[in-house]
Write a protein of this length. Sequence first.
Length: 402
Amino acid sequence: MTTTRTRRTVQVLAATIALGVGVTAAPQTALAASAAPDPVWQQRASATYDAMQDHLYTGAAGHGLYRENTDTTVGNPYSFLWEYREATQAALDLQGMDAVGPAWANAAVARVDGFERYHAVRPGGRAGYESYLPAPIGTGGDVYYDDNAVVGLSLVSQYQATSDPGYLDRARGAFDIAVRGWNPDTTLTCPGGSDWIDRPDNTTRAANVTGLSAQLAAHLYEETGESSYLRWSTKLYSWNNRCLKESAGLYRNSIADDGTVDPTLWTYNSGAMIGTATILFRTTEDPKYLQQASNAARASLRYWTAENRLQQQPAVFNAFYFKDLLLLDSVQHDPAYRAALEQYATVTWRDNRDAATGLFHFQPSGGGDPAWDRPAATLDQAAMVQLFAVLGWSSDRFGEVA
């Protein structure tokens, strides 16, 4: 057990005791009894990762990177940062599986170190993780603030696993990039919020980057105790609730500078806000955050599990969502969270997996029924590894979801 893990367990117990929540309370208000890791899901996580490595990993000759999908005849030779980040998080989540996790420790280190291949400093000293590999490997790309926020979350995950302060320093650096996206223009409709992309012609402030940056800031406050991270986390969290919240647990995609709102709902926007509120509760012991997190979780789960909506969402977005539900479960147990994840994972394993290759196939959206003629994508494969891996965790580790 790492020092970080021990400290977090103490924090959660202290918070629940402070609220008068005892370990004998009803399941909806208590910490769950620890459940042993499930070897079936551990085996499925391992097999799905192995298939990703066999078919999508470029190996040492390819700089330890990934392809975007299995079609090597078109497109870039390597994946975008987003795909690489999800493959990295897959290794990190495998590392979290009890008993068998240490087998992936070296892979986790290598993948996390590979983030730096996407990092560049532009003229004037403006640094960032770029959407595509900069020279000499690639031609570079834009700095998307949501990409940088999730890189930061992976760095927090690796810090939690190792207690190596170097990873925490790098997570702080990723947040410094992501928080540049905060829009200071007070003349806009609903001022504030995070820009989507680091470019002068950006006109979109988005729920994803705002919520994910809030979640990263909450983690950094928890790990460092620095009040600036708490201020940023609550500021970002509040803006999403004020400007893009449709109803409990559901957030519209974005707002343009002209005030036009994109009403599209995504599971990962629900998840980021649930995760942020959970961490804010854990660090501040303010019961309003736990109430907001549980209200958002219950309401969003009702919405997403109705009318087959969950199955139509991109698998990668569902990975964010379900892991944030498990994070909440670590402080306020509700068996519905894991049950919904297991149902989704079981159906997807049955319906979307090619048993001959071990690869998952979805519609071009990244969700829905299998499109067997569509090349298997790193983004989809990595998402399924993550989901199967956390189902293979013992429940007392759910508080380490990053």
